[in-house]
Design a protein. Structure first.
Length: 365
């Protein structure tokens, strides 16, 4: 069986004119969300930010109406969906304001991490549930093209029963200024993508073991610079990731060896791939190769023009709009994300106490 040629693409809603209001005007909104929305034919109409001059600049670039504050936008703009792209320690206060407009606001696409910790994420989910607002979380690696095709291979049984999966990241990310006040480097920023991808492919693990060390290049206090973790599943399946944000002294003058690669081994097939993000803004598509017992001693290598950033953001908004249109649950629902957030918390706990942590420990705390 050959996978469909469009397996890497998200399903788009029939109705694409739902008016979207945007909160936040940084890189992720200006260069990723809004670029993807315009390409897909979605309808962002309004924007607000803590820095009104930035909001106006982004509004001019993308043809939106800028408001002096997000409170003013929520009150005055004709919008039905809110796209939130603010630092995680500000997201709760934004959601508290959004739910005051329940009835008018039908859906919210929130940033990851959903809160500063699992407890705050639960509070955000509860607020939206009580208001009757559909909440989804922007775990956009689920819409990376190679990640999506790997899921299709799993769903169609071509790889058989998964035995082992791995992600290997060697990258030098651009950290956001707000990370200094949080003391976060990798686990809640990048590893959360990989943990969520493992869940998307394989379901929920039983326990996690994590080891971390500080990144020598990062000047502020933190513990989660370089992160290594193993997920253990009840059926014997194992998944691991090495999230290396030092990646050698490339920034200091040495040659670079950067990239994200992944691998999934099953009883009847093997898939491997790369994610093109470390070369952003150069548009470098992710890749995937796979082989199966049924197809014999050969590799299949589907390719595409789309890239993780910004094209994956089409999928995260599309799945929310489709859920609102059809009355179904979003693929990346907030309730589902409450199973990714505890994995991050478990990694911090495991690294601090040098032991494996059962997911139930976090869920019951």
């Amino acid at each position: 069986m050959i996978i469909p040629s469009d397996a890497h693409l998200p399903e788009l809603p029939q109705q694409r004119d739902t008016p979207i209001g945007c909160i936040g005007s940084g890189f992720i909104m200006a260069d990723c969300h809004l670029v993807a929305y315009r390409q897909a034919g979605f309808n962002p109409v309004a924007i607000a930010s803590r820095t009104p001059e930035n909001a106006q600049r982004v509004a001019t670039r993308h043809g939106l109406t800028a408001f002096a504050s997000y409170q003013e936008m929520l009150e005055q703009a004709d919008i039905a969906v809110v796209d939130v792209a603010v630092p995680p320690d500000l997201q709760l206060e934004v959601i508290r304001e959004i739910v005051k407009h329940a009835g008018k606001i039908k859906g919210v696409l929130a940033q990851k991490p959903l809160g500063v910790d699992y407890q705050q994420a639960v509070e955000i989910v509860t607020l939206c549930q009580q208001a009757g607002i559909v909440l989804s979380v922007n775990q956009n690696m689920r819409y990376d093209q190679s990640v999506r095709v790997c899921r299709a291979l799993i769903d169609t049984g071509q790889l058989g029963n998964p035995i082992f999966a791995s992600i290997d990241m060697r990258a030098i990310p651009h950290w956001m200024p707000w990370q200094r006040r949080q003391g976060w480097v990798t686990l809640r920023i990048m590893s959360i993508h990989h943990l969520d991808t493992f869940r998307y492919w394989l379901g929920d693990p039983q326990r996690v073991f994590c080891s971390t060390r500080p990144d020598p290049r990062t000047s502020f206090d933190h513990s989660d610079g370089l992160c290594m973790y193993i997920l253990e599943y009840a059926d014997g399946l194992r998944a691991s990731s090495w999230d290396d944000v030092w990646a050698g002294p490339a920034k200091e003058g040495a040659a670079s060896d950067l990239g994200i690669s992944w691998r999934l081994e099953g009883t009847t097939g093997l898939a491997r791939g790369t994610i093109g993000w470390p070369e952003y803004p150069t548009p470098t598509p992710s890749t995937l190769d796979y082989t199966t017992i049924a197809t014999g001693n050969r590799w299949f290598s589907p390719r595409w023009d789309q890239v993780w950033f910004p094209d994956a953001f089409t999928g995260t908004m599309a799945q929310l709009l489709d859920a609102l249109e059809t009355g179904t649950t979003p693929e990346i629902s907030a309730e589902d994300n409450l199973k990714t957030m505890p994995l991050v918390e478990a990694c911090y706990l495991s690294a601090a106490q040098h032991r494996a942590v059962e997911l139930e420990e976090v869920l019951q705390s």
